[in-house]
Structures are given as C-alpha cells and as structure tokens.
Design a protein around this ligand. Structure first.
Ligand code: ATP
Ligand code: 3PG
Length: 412
C-alpha cells in the first residue's frame, strides 16, 4: 500500500506537534461500564508511541449511533477514563467536538499529553451525506492541530492526521475520510496490521479454508456470503442466520429469526454450493427470548411452532468443530447463538474453542464475536488475529473499497 505511515511521521519528528488520531473506541457498554475494552487496548500502541515521541495527541472517536446531537448515554467519558488508566496518565475529555471546550483542552496540552474529543457523531456533519458539510467539520478538526498558535514550538511544522480506527475505515465520514484530505495523513499501526492480516484471507489462503458465519444480521451479510462462497472450502452457518437457510430447505422454523425476503436466495445458494454450505442439524430452542426460558434440543427439521432457535445444538457444534479442526485457515464472524444468555452460549463457546485449538491461521472479525471470545473466557492468544473491525473486515473480504484507506492512498 503506497501510503505514508505512522513510522514516516515519527521519523519526520512529532515533538511539540499536535497530531489528530482517529481511533475506533466504539466499545460495548452496560450503562457506563465498558464490558469489553478490546478496542481501547488495540488503539493504545499508536497513541502511546506518539505521546512518547512528544506529540500533543488529540484523539477523535465515536460511540454508538447518536443522531448528530449530544446524548449523555453516548458520551465518551467512560472511554476517556479507561484510556487514561491504560496509558497511566490522565486523558482529558473535551466537552464538545470542535467547539470552545475542545479548543481550550487542546490549547492546554503539553508535549506528550493526550486529549479525547467528545463523540464525533454528536456533530451532525460527521455522518452527513453532503460532502461540503463533512469537509467543513474536517477543516474544524484540522484547525485543532493548527500551527498558528504553536508555530514556534512546532518549529514551523503543522499538524498531522493518523488514521488508526480500522473498525470505521469503511465509513465515508468526516473524521475518517474528509479529514485525511485536510491534513497530511498517515496510516496508523492498527490499520496497517489489520490490512496485512486480512490480506492473507483474500490472497491465497492455506486450504482447507473454512468460514464460520453467525449472528443476527442476515441481510447485511448476504453479500458477504455470495462473495465468499467461490473462495472457501466450507461455509458453516450458525446463529440467527441459519434459520433462513433451514427455511430454504423447506423446514418450519417456528418463531426463530427469519429473513423471508432472503429465503429464495438461500435456496439458490444451497443448490449451487451444496458441497460447501453446512447448516445446523440440531438446534437449542426456547419458548421465549430470555435467559429463564424453557428450552429443548431438537432436530433442525423439528422446531415446534411458537418456539425459537437460539443456539446450534450439540451435534451441530461437534460437526462444526470437526470441520474447523481440519482447516488450515479459519475466518469467524457472528456468534453461533445468543451467547449473552448462558443457556444459549454452548454453541459459540464450542465453535470458538475448536478454532482456538485448531492450529489453523484464524481470524475473528466482528464486534460481538470478538467480545464473545473475551467474555466467554477463551484463550485470546490462541487466535491468530482478533480483528477490531466488524463491518470493516467483512467489507474488506467482500472486496469492497474502504474509503478511509483509499483516501490515504490518494484515491476515493
Ligand atoms: N439464533 C439467534 N437468534 C437471535 N439472535 C442471535 C442468534 N444467534 C446469535 N444471535 C445474536 O447475534 C448477535 C450478533 O450478531 P452480529 O451479526 O451483530 O455479529 P457481530 O459479530 O457483532 O458482527 P458485526 O460486527 O459484523 O455486526 C448477538 O448479539 C447474538 O445474541
Ligand atoms: O462497531 C463498528 O463496527 C464500528 O465502530 C463502526 O460503527 P458503525 O457501524 O456505527 O459505523
């Protein structure tokens, strides 16, 4: 990739310069408690290296999907605190994105200090479809790094932008895309590392190449399934998306998650790729979507009316585990069941354990799948790579252009 990188920026020298870093700090929260800080940890090395080299680091990030206006529940306060704990120094959170408070916090930065701007999606221009609006926010962000107030200290060298939020590079948003045109832009270590690992899956993966898909976003992942099928040796389908495939086989799926509009396509894919697609042969069903539901394990073609499938059954888990054990390359996106509730966590745990034990080159992509690895207490180090990107890693595997990367290459 012909881009300038964090290493280039560090060798130019950053001492005294204000450097804007876009990180993906979109973590799962329970109230104000971070339930999985994986993304904060992943963002740390770039921030730390810049701070240690004497930069005044300004971090921009989003949390959730607020609608362009401040909302307390989407404040980055818990993230600023966690980042500070992990860095071992205070991270001041600006009370706004590019307003007076942000300017004041930035003006107070000493060399090596780190500040976090409030949720960039509190500003409606961040996600605007109107390019001029996004460009205006990008200029405001760039101005925070401006060397006018800083020219002497910075030795005439102005600000810089480091794009390190891999999980968000598939978004054409102001703090990801447009800002890279408003400032000298550099690819951060996390973005480069993620792209390098994922390129091993799109290049010439070692075979057998097994992909495990699950989760609940069937329609979102339809394009990925179609794009992946010609490239993989096996596609194991669990989670909520399995029921659309079971319906396509003519089974009744009770009140399980079902994307009726996709049944016909699923039937076509099953017919064309019968040798590759594996769907569940048994499922754990429940009489309601709750941890205290009545449950049963039934054959996939015998889901009773009014019951819903919330996990793959033990026979399926064993089958998936055997496929994974034989693989040389595994990509996993989407939990096999509702792992957040104990009665429906066994399938996800079994599949994840099999991936960890497989010795294959294994990549976990997807917010909930990565969280499942940590929340279920699986040995993280036994996975080759746990991607910080959900949608971003899938779009990459699909072969789509990632705007936040293309702009660094001078394209998009
Ligand atoms: N059988 C099922 N019925 C309903 N929901 C399910 C089922 N199996 C898994 N899920 C839910 O799917 C959710 C995760 O789906 P999702 O497609 O968002 O995966 P992901 O790993 O977060 O990927 P991405 O980051 O791409 O969104 C989990 O919250 C899980 O409870
Ligand atoms: O969680 C993610 O996948 C990234 O942070 C991107 O978030 P978004 O889907 O709300 O753009």
């Amino acid at each position: 990739m012909a881009v300038k990188t964090l290493e280039d920026l560090l060798s130019e020298g950053v001492s005294g310069r204000r450097v804007l870093v876009r990180s993906d700090l979109n973590v799962p929260l329970d109230g104000s408690v971070i339930t999985d800080d994986g993304r904060v940890r992943a963002a740390l090395p770039t921030i730390k290296r810049l701070a240690e080299a004497g930069a005044k680091v300004i971090v921009a990030a989003h949390l959730g999907r607020p609608k362009g206006t401040p909302e307390a529940k989407y404040s980055l306060r818990p993230v600023a605190d966690r980042l500070g704990e992990l860095l071992g120094k205070e991270v001041r959170l600006a009370g706004d994105v590019v307003g007076e408070q942000a300017r004041a916090v930035v003006a107070g930065l000493a060399d090596g200090d780190v500040a976090l701007l409030e949720n960039v999606r509190f500003d409606p221009r961040e996600t605007s479809k109107v390019e001029d609006e996004r460009a205006e926010l990008a200029r405001d962000l760039a101005a925070l790094t401006g060397d006018s107030a800083d020219a002497s200290g910075a030795g005439g060298r102005g600000g810089a932008f480091v794009s390190d939020g891999f999980g968000v590079v598939h978004r054409k948003q102001a703090s990801v895309y447009d800002v890279a045109r408003a400032l000298p832009a550099y690819a951060g270590g996390l973005v480069l590392a993620e792209l390098e690992v994922l390129s091993k899956l799109t290049g010439d993966p070692q075979r057998p190449y097994v992909v495990v898909l699950g989760g609940s976003k069937v329609s979102d992942k339809l394009a990925v399934i179609e794009a992946l099928l010609p490239k993989v040796d096996r596609l194991l389908i669990g989670g909520g998306m399995a029921f659309t495939f079971l319906a396509a086989q003519g089974h009744s799926v009770g009140s399980s998650l079902l994307e009726q509009d996709y049944v016909e396509t699923a039937r076509k894919l099953l017919a064309e790729h019968a040798d590759k697609i594996v769907v569940p042969s048994d499922v754990v069903v429940a009489d309601k979507f709750a941890a205290d539901a009545a449950t049963d394990t039934v054959a996939a073609e015998k889901i009773p009316d009014g019951w819903m499938g919330l996990d793959i059954g033990p026979r399926t888990t064993e089958h998936f585990a055997a496929e994974v054990a034989a693989a040389k390359t595994v990509f996993w996106n989407g939990p096999a069941g509702v792992f957040e509730m104990a009665p429906f966590a066994a399938g996800t745990k079994g599949v994840a354990q099999a991936i960890a034990d497989s010795g294959a080159f294994s990549v976990v992509g997807g917010g909930d799948s990565a969280a499942a690895v940590r929340v279920l207490g699986l040995p993280e180090e036994k996975f080759s790579h746990i991607s910080t990107g959900g949608g971003a890693s899938l779009e990459y595997l699909e072969g789509k252009e990632l705007p936040g990367v293309a702009v660094l290459e001078g394209g998009a």
